[in-house]
Design a protein around this ligand. Structure first.
Ligand code: NAI
Ligand SMILES: N[C@@H](CC=O)C(=O)O
Ligand code: NA
Length: 790
């Protein structure tokens, strides 16, 4: 076998430096020693040429100036691209070509008619210039090249040069057929079809953005997909390749590095998926022929379809009930009326005799097909296909399975086609642990979480099959939605440019899309209004993860409903970071309770902000200045009054007490506020401006503690009876609380098992990294529930 590969380059602009450079790169990286490039007329060149011929036919005086402009453009191009002497030779040929063209234009002008021959000649002339330029360019880049007209190439059985450019007499769209035929004739190893639009995906990637590139197909699968409207594959071009058992590569010019799809004899056995792809034919009508008198009568179907054949109506799909009471078949919608009329004419006697009752067309439909040779005889594929459609609420109007069993087809409403494709794609191709994620509040924590996810996405997918698709991000005003996923490493710019006004319902519906195996909303806000939605999110199948304390401290009635809904629906509500940020507080407590320990008392420093403020404050820098720093560092609540008022600590103690089964409300517990009354009612920004008012209060408390040789610490307590409190205390310097530094939280659990020596958890309890890390752990915990082996 010759070491030759034939390339068909369709609709690709080679007449530019970028185009030529890319071509050389591609040819140089191709493994074969000899390459044949079959050029198809570049559409723009073609359009310009057609226009010129028409102007000549209309005897429009502008013809000659147009021709002059073309000449200037072509010569400038050659001068730009090619050095002397190669350039001079090409230029001479172009000059000669323009002289010939002038003769052709004059003859058209005279006879006012454009003959096919003139068109072909002019087209081939342009192609030959493109080939000439490309050929010289390749020679200049150390690829020995030659060019040949298509007719002459038909006599070739070997290729000597590194690259042979074949041009001319190939109509647009047919270069692939010509290339495949030439490849067969030359005994090439394969043929590559280059297109300029896209790679071949397992579903239309404009409708299913997460569609994947199909890597291998058998001839039968490729033919079937092309019949069902898959772009890129032209089944007629496959014919010579199939006859010669050639491998066919489908590649995209815009994605030079991607190896694309290989179509080969045994291509169905390479990829593990039994279903290779989904395709859809839009604008279909279903013609229903119904009548009790058809049952058992021989020849009805054959009369019907031969009538369609005679009328040249292409029948896309046929489905007949086994009762033979009805036959329905799909035709292109624009043929619906003619198909009905043809059938009515054919069966006029039967209609008259009422043995056929009706022949009617239903329009606005689409045919959806699953294609894959390995589906054959596989129980369950059809079940999965139809149950996915059912779950997505797509009504199946008719069903057909090709006798080759390479496809299963369903007729559905055209308006359902996007929904159907997405549902099928998710079910057949997305990992079972693909999660549609919506992030509310891309601030300190949410923003850092996105960074962390961005760094780990690939590893999580490879290691655990966990496929995180961030499909929505929203702040309090705007939202960014994306079907496939927003790159978490690059969300900010997209958010700034593309985000639209926030529509909470739309956001939730988008994240909860049924065609994703799992959905999750991460609430990184402090919003109570959002916390009130958790129950409905869980009800609609969306898991919830949050560092927001508002749901955990909502009125008991709602809180209990939330837990009950999570239990009943199996959708998770995870909130580890609501106490002690990333520290494992909630899960430790749950473990103690669930393993039968009795928790008597929880006492601790649970505010990272207050911990940092009191361990940093020594009177040298005003307390207010430290508060500003704490906010800068991302320790405080969005409104730092939530920390300084003790409310944040109060909320955390309530969350812990509720874990122990106590029923209580935040409003009912004593909380000591450090915020002077004068600052209570002002706005958050005004509060920050007038923060100095807090300094005397703290200074006095600090001096008092120092006088006793103690340190100030703000602590939360859940006592033996479940009473909670939050207050500022002072501790002797050998007390574990006094020794805490930075944002350290220190939480002591006194239990039956940890009685004389309480169980102590200590570590940073606020900050962007640790908190986002804690939220991320909750995501992985969720993934583990969903079956990931993490
Ligand atoms: N900062 C920390 O160390 C810790 C924070 N948390 C909690 O994490 C949450 C987030 O805190 P930060 O990131 O520091 O706050 P932040 O102020 O930096 O970010 C909050 C984000 O929420 C958005 N937002 C507010 N209301 C919204 C709404 N209704 N819909 C959509 N977006 C809305 C804001 O636009 C902002 O993007 C809070 O609940 C906080 O209590 C929990 C543990 C530690
Ligand atoms: N502002 C809070 C953040 C964590 O919940 C704190 O300082 O602890
Ligand atoms: Na925690």
């Amino acid at each position: 076998m010759n070491d030759i590969r034939v390339h068909a380059v369709e609709s690709i602009n080679l007449v530019s430096q970028d185009g030529l450079e890319k071509l050389i790169r591609i040819l140089q990286s191709s493994g074969e020693a000899h390459q044949v490039v079959v050029l198809a007329p570049f559409t723009d060149v073609n359009l310009e040429l057609n226009n010129l011929l028409h102007v000549a036919m209309q005897r429009d005086e502008r013809l000659w100036s147009m021709q002059e402009q073309r000449f200037t453009r072509w010569t400038a191009l050659v001068e730009d691209l090619l050095a002397v002497p190669a350039g001079t030779k090409v230029l001479d040929r172009i000059k000669q070509g323009f002289a010939d063209m002038e003769d052709i234009l004059r003859s058209i002008w005279l006879v006012q008619e454009i003959s096919e021959g003139a068109k072909r000649y002019a087209g081939a002339l342009c192609d030959s210039w493109v080939a000439d330029i490309a050929c010289h360019w390749a020679n200049l880049h150390d690829l020995s090249s030659n060019l040949l007209g298509y007719a002459d190439s038909q006599k070739k059985h070997s290729v000597e040069e590194a690259v042979l450019f074949v041009y001319g007499a190939v109509k647009d769209g047919q270069s692939e057929y010509a290339a495949a035929s030439l490849a067969a004739q030359l005994g090439a190893v394969g043929v590559t079809f280059w297109n300029n639009s896209s790679l071949l995906h397992n579903a239309d990637h404009r409708e299913v953005p997460s569609a994947l590139v199909i890597r291998s197909l058998s001839y039968a699968e490729a033919t079937e997909l092309s019949f069902f409207g898959a772009p890129i594959i032209h089944s007629h071009a496959l014919v010579p390749a199939i006859a010669a058992s050639l491998d066919v590569q489908l590649r995209c010019w815009k994605e030079e590095q991607d190896p694309g799809t290989i179509i080969s004899k045994h291509g169905d056995q390479i990829e593990p998926n039994r279903v290779k792809g989904f395709s859809i034919i839009h604008d279909i009508a279903l013609i229903n022929v119904e009548g009790a008198g058809m049952s058992g009568v021989i020849g009805i179907a054959s009369r019907l379809f031969s009538a369609m054949r005679k009328a040249s109506i292409s029948v896309v799909l046929i489905s007949q009930a086994s009762s033979e009471y009805s036959i329905c078949f799909a035709v292109p919608e624009h043929e619906a009326e003619r198909a009905c009329a043809t059938a009515k004419k054919e069966f006029a006697p039967e209609l008259e005799a009422a043995s056929i009752q009706s022949i009617e067309a239903e329009t606005g439909l689409a045919v959806l097909a699953a294609v894959g040779q390995q589906m054959t005889g596989q129980a369950g594929v059809a079940g999965k296909f139809f149950s996915s459609l059912g779950k997505a609420g797509v009504n199946v109007i008719a069903i057909a399975q090709g006798s080759s069993e390479t496809n299963i087809s369903a007729v559905i409403k055209g308006s359902d086609s996007k929904k159907a494709l997405r549902a099928l794609h998710a079910r057949f191709f997305l990992s079972k642990r693909a999660i549609s994620v919506g992030l509310l509040g891309p601030g300190n924590i949410g923003g850092t979480l996105l960074q962390q996810i961005s760094k780990e996405t690939i590893r999580l997918k490879e290691q655990f099959g966990l496929d995180i698709h961030i499909r929505g991000i929203a702040n309090s005003r705007k939202m960014l939605l994306d079907q496939d996923g927003i790159d978490p490493g690059d969300w900010k710019e997209r958010f700034e440019n593309e985000a639209v006004e926030l529509d909470q319902d739309l956001f939730t519906r988008h994240i909860g899309a049924t065609y994703f195996p799992h959905s999750l909303i991460i609430d990184c806000t402090t919003s109570s209004q959002l916390a009130e939605q958790y129950v409905s999110w869980l009800e609609s199948g969306i898991h919830v993860i949050t560092p927001n304390k508002k749901a955990g401290t909502a009125p008991m009635e709602y809180y209990q409903r939330l837990l009950e809904t999570s239990m009943r629906t199996g959708k998770r509500f995870l909130y580890e970071t609501t106490v002690g940020a990333g520290l494992p507080i909630i899960w430790t407590l749950k473990d103690l309770v669930q393993t039968g320990d009795t928790v008597h008392r929880i006492e601790g420093i649970v505010s990272g902000t207050l911990a940092w403020l009191f361990s940093s404050y020594d009177g040298s820098v005003p307390f207010s200045a430290l508060v500003r720093q704490a906010k800068e560092m991302g320790y405080t609540e969005p409104d730092p009054r939530d920390d300084l008022s003790g409310m944040d600590v109060g909320r955390k103690t309530v969350i812990l007490a509720r874990e122990l089964g106590y029923s209580l409300e935040v409003e009912d517990i004593p909380i000591q506020s450090l915020v002077p009354e004068s600052l209570d009612g002002c706005s958050p920004s005004e509060f920050m401006e007038r923060l100095e008012a807090i300094d005397p209060v703290i200074e006095a408390a600090y001096k008092e503690a120092v006088a006793k040789g103690e340190k100030l610490r703000y602590v939360g307590i859940v006592d033996e009876r479940g009473n909670c409190s939050a207050s500022l205390k002072s501790y002797a310097s050998d007390h574990p609380f006094a020794q805490a530094s930075g944002t350290d939280n220190v939480i002591c659990f006194t239990t039956d098992r940890y009685l004389s020596q309480p169980l102590v958890i200590k570590g940073p309890g606020a900050g962007r990294e640790v908190t986002a890390g804690g939220v991320f752990s909750d995501i992985l915990r969720l993934a583990a529930y969903l079956g990931a082996r993490i």
